[in-house]
Design a protein around this ligand. Structure first.
Ligand code: SF4
Length: 423
C-alpha cells in the first residue's frame, strides 16, 4: 500500500511548504523594543482575502501600535512597492538563463523560474532575469527560547537562543506544526523590519548565547541568515540553524564556514517517505549531513517518529547504521514524539514504546547519545557518560536540573563529551 493511501491528505490552497518539527513551537514573545502588540503571539495573519485582512487589521490597530508592521496597502502588491524594497535584495545562488529565466541554485529543487514568477518556496522572485529574495530582514516571528527547545543538547546547555523565522519553506511536510508561516507567501503574514544588526543587538540585550534560525525553513531566507550570522558574531553571539537540511552543497559549505551549530530534521530513512510525506528528497539531506560533519560544524539530528509511516525496526536500524558509518557514534540523535496536526490529524501520537524501541535499536547499533524527545521527564532526556554511565546532564523538558560536566568532560571519569559546552 502506498503511504499516501494510508492518509487523509489534502493540500493547502496555498500550495506551499512545511517547516521544522521537533517541538519548536511559537510562543509569546516578551515585550522588547520592536515588539509587536501584546496580542501578537509570535506570528502571523493568515489572510484569506484583502477585505478580511483589512478588517482584522483595523481591529488590531496594528499600524498605530507598531509602524514597522506591514500595513494592508503593502499586502498583495504586485510590483515591488517602495515600502517593501527594504525586504528585497538580490539572491546569492542562482544562474541566469535565456529569455529572462533563472535557475535557483539554493536548494536541490533547482526551480527554473520565468520573469515575474516565484520559486516553489514562494519567497524568491524573478524580475527581468534577476532573482530576488523577498524576505530579507523580514521576520514574521521572533522569540527567546531555551536552546534545548531546538533541540540542541550538546550546545551551551541552559542557554537562550534568540529565534527568528520568515515565511516560506522549500519542502512540504504533512505534519508541519508551523504551517501557518511555512506554507504562506510573505505578503500573507505580518512581519516587521529587523535587519541583521538589530537581531544581533536584541540577542545580545537578551543575553542570548545564540541566534536560532528556526520555526519555518532558514534555507529559504539564506541571505538574511548569512548576514545575521556575521552581525551576531560581531556582538559575540553565536548562530544555530534549525533545518530540514534540504540545501545545495555550495551554499551549505559557505554556511558551515560561518555558523556554530546545525540541527537537522532527518524526517525518515526512505526516499518514498520523502517523496510522499515531505515532498523532498532524502539523498541531498544525507549528503548535507556528511558535509556538515566534514566541515566540523556541530550537528545534531532529530528523527520525528510518525506512527505507521517511518517507525519500523528496519528503518530505525538502517538510519542508525548509516549515521554511525558516515557521521560517527558521537552525533546526538533525538527520536521525538509526533503529535497529530495539520494534514496528519488521522494518526495517533507516537506511542512511548515505539520511541523506546527506536532508542534501544540505536543504542544497540553503537550510537552514544540517543535521546527521546517531546516526552518531558523521560530518563532518555538526560545525557549519560558513555564510559561510566553516570548522568551528566539531567533535564526535564527544556529545563536543566543538574550539570555534571567540567571543561566538557564527565566530572566523574573525565571522559571527554563531544559538543560545544561553554562550561
Ligand atoms: S530555494 Fe526556493 S526557489 Fe530556490 S530552488 Fe529551492 S524551492 Fe526553488
Amino acid at each position: 500500500m502506498s503511504i499516501k493511501s494510508k492518509l487523509n491528505i489534502k493540500r493547502s490552497n496555498t500550495d506551499m511548504n512545511s517547516g521544522s518539527q521537533s517541538g519548536d513551537v511559537i510562543d509569546k514573545l516578551p515585550d522588547i523594543n520592536l515588539s509587536p502588540p501584546s496580542n501578537f503571539s509570535g506570528a502571523f495573519e493568515e489572510s484569506i482575502d484583502r477585505r478580511t485582512f483589512i478588517k482584522s487589521s483595523a481591529v488590531f490597530s496594528l499600524a498605530a501600535a507598531c509602524p514597522l508592521l506591514i500595513s494592508p496597502d503593502r499586502v498583495f502588491a504586485q510590483n515591488f512597492p517602495e515600502e517593501t524594497k527594504k525586504f528585497i535584495i538580490e539572491a546569492r545562488y542562482y544562474e541566469k538563463l535565456e529569455h529572462k529565466k533563472i535557475r535557483c541554485k539554493l536548494c536541490p529543487r533547482e526551480c527554473v523560474i520565468d520573469d515575474r514568477e516565484r520559486g516553489y518556496c514562494g519567497v524568491r522572485e524573478n524580475r527581468e532575469g534577476t532573482y530576488y529574495t523577498l524576505v530579507y530582514a523580514r521576520p514574521c516571528t521572533y522569540h527567546v527560547d531555551p536552546v534545548e527547545k531546538k533541540p540542541l543538547f550538546h550546545f551551551h546547555p541552559g542557554s537562550l537562543a534568540f529565534s527568528i523565522a520568515t515565511a516560506g519553506c522549500n519542502v512540504n511536510c504533512k505534519f508541519c506544526q508551523n504551517w501557518q508561516i511555512s506554507q504562506v507567501r510573505p505578503e500573507k503574514v505580518r512581519s516587521i523590519y529587523m535587519p541583521p544588526k538589530d537581531v544581533a543587538r536584541l540577542a545580545s540585550e537578551y543575553q542570548c548565547v545564540s541566534i536560532a534560525y528556526t520555526y519555518s525553513e532558514p534555507v529559504v531566507f539564506y541571505e538574511y541568515m548569512e548576514d545575521t550570522v556575521v552581525a551576531g558574531h560581531e556582538k559575540n553571539v553565536k548562530s544555530v540553524v534549525i533545518t530540514a537540511g534540504y540545501i545545495s552543497q555550495k551554499p551549505l559549505i559557505e554556511l558551515c564556514k560561518k555558523v556554530d551549530a546545525i540541527k537537522v530534521d532527518l524526517k525518515a530513512f526512505s526516499e518514498k517517505y520523502y517523496r510522499e510525506i515531505v515532498n523532498g528528497e532524502l539523498k541531498p539531506v544525507l549528503d548535507g549531513l556528511i558535509t556538515m560533519r566534514k566541515m566540523g560544524v556541530w550537528t545534531e539530528i532529530v528523527y520525528l517518529v510518525v506512527p505507521t509511516l517511518n517507525d519500523s525496526d528496519d528503518e530505525f536500524k538502517g538510519v542508525s547504521r548509516w549515521i554511525k558509518k558516515y557521521l560517527g557514534s558521537d552525533i546526538p540523535v533525538h527520536f521525538t514524539r509526533f503529535h497529530p496536526q495539520y494534514l496528519l490529524k488521522n494518526l495517533p501520537p507516537t506511542p512511548l514504546k515505539t520511541l523506546e524501541r527506536a532508542k534501544e535499536i540505536a543504542d544497540a547499533e553503537g550510537l552514544n547519545y540517543v535521546y527521546i524527545g517531546n516526552v518531558p521527564g523521560h530518563p532518555a532526556e538526560n545525557t549519560y557518560c558513555p564510559k561510566c554511565g553516570k548522568v551528566l546532564i539531567e533535564r526535564i523538558g527544556f529545563t536543566i536540573k543538574k550539570l555534571n560536566l567540567q571543561n566538557g568532560c564527565c566530572k566523574y571519569c573525565k571522559h571527554e563529551i563531544p559538543g560545544l559546552w561553554g562550561i
